[in-house]
Design a protein around this ligand. Sequence first.
Ligand code: NOJ
Length: 531
Amino acid sequence: MTHTHPWWYDAVVYQVYIRSFADAMPSPGDGIGDLPGITARLPYLRALGVDALWITPFYTSPQKDHGYDVADYTDVDPLFGDLADFDRMLAAAHDLGLRVIVDLVPNHTSSAHPWFQAALAAAPGSPERARYLFRPGRGKHGELPPNNWDSVFGGPAWTQVTDGSWYLHLFDTSQPDLDWRNPEVGDMFEDVLRFWLDRGVDGFRVDVAHGLYKEASLRDQRKPDPTTLKKKAKAKESMVERVLNDEPMWDQPEVHEVYRRWRKVLESYPGERMAVAEAWTQTPESMALFIRPDELHQAFNFSWLGTPWSAAEFADVITRSIAAVASSSSAPTWVLSNHDVERHPTRYGGGPVGLARGRAATLAMLALPGSAYLYQGEELGLEQVDVPPEARQDPSWFRTGKPGRDGCRVPLPWAGDAPPYGFGGPAGTQPWIPQPADWAPLTVEAESADPDSTLAFYRRALALRREVFAGADEETVASAQGDLLVVRRAGVRVVLNAGKKPVELPAGEVLISSSPLESGLLPPDTAAWIR
Ligand code: NOJ
């Protein structure tokens, strides 16, 4: 396999949601995944055929948002092990030829971070407060929040402290937003980057990469009224006119200076260190700004994940995503599931149809240029779990009363017939989010023994991807022929039947299909690679 591109350009990256991947400590485990658990399961990832893993935050944290609330950016939370466990995991991954990307959370700290604790102890207007966004309230006595912004997790984005000031948190109250206009903040994060780069990480996934700067005025948001929402829905149909939201809290131009600085830091290290942005921008074009040649290397392409089950929509999003990155030195990225969204087989309708569609979308994705991000458990065909209310832990559940994201975060089933399915922890106990009683056929053990399992399918598809598409640089052309998505790349035709009837397969050798074929026909909800 010849590689003219850096490793990340066409890598398959497997997302490890650490709390739910594998639990090894303290032996036999406490029901929460950890670093030694990852180390123990690295051979599984090697055999699956991925190139890298991205590990969600394992830093010191009160775990109010399961690690996305960091109290110490340069240490490991005792729940997950310690720095020596991290070093062992990294060395073991590198020995197996796996790269490791860690999560960086620069938009906000935990309220337990020493900076925020110092800010609370200090007076309004003090340098300690100036690292965050403290403001006086509105109303006669400052009893109203400084503006009308909402938290992503529901409710107002401001919380009042005892002296009457308010602080901004675009997420939970336990996640105060930093003020990136204060140079101390940028300097702190450069130190954090260097700390992990010195330890040998291959890259960073940048949390809320589009959020660090807010419009300086902190003015009210013009919230979309119902007519605009209708127009937006129409715009989506026509794909021409797009009505954008007014978002003074996201995607400000100043943020790009941060990534120019980080790019220089990353490039000062040997070994193609990289960073991938989690940037929920409003258009593929604004997403592309994050991956200009002097900024970050990649950005997640969430438009693929949000595409409904339609050949025309798939073709459109593929074409637009490829075009959007064409002016950068980057490549597109593709993602169908992660720890924040409903698992894709469930999104596609659930049950056997949802699973068939999920496998078909995955097979199409693995043929596309650029890199693919997989989320743990999708290789087992796991569905979103309906977690009982008393077991829910997502901060957004507590703020809104809506089910939240726990259903895609249920610990992985590795083996056996009953919880904890080899995840770790004492026999007969449930892990931190309870696992369903009917997962026995979905364990790694069970699926490894079945050549028709989703796991076997992922292994075959990943191996073939290396064989067929490695280093392929030719143009990729996607089109919809009725309900059939057709993608041409590297002499291969990728077809996906998004319709309701079987269709004639194009002539050629079938390299792989996502479900069994019916004598020369491609059934609905099925994809195939044909050469
Ligand atoms: C995005 C992360 O993926 C999500 O899990 C987290 O809650 C928010 N950022 C806040 O850090």
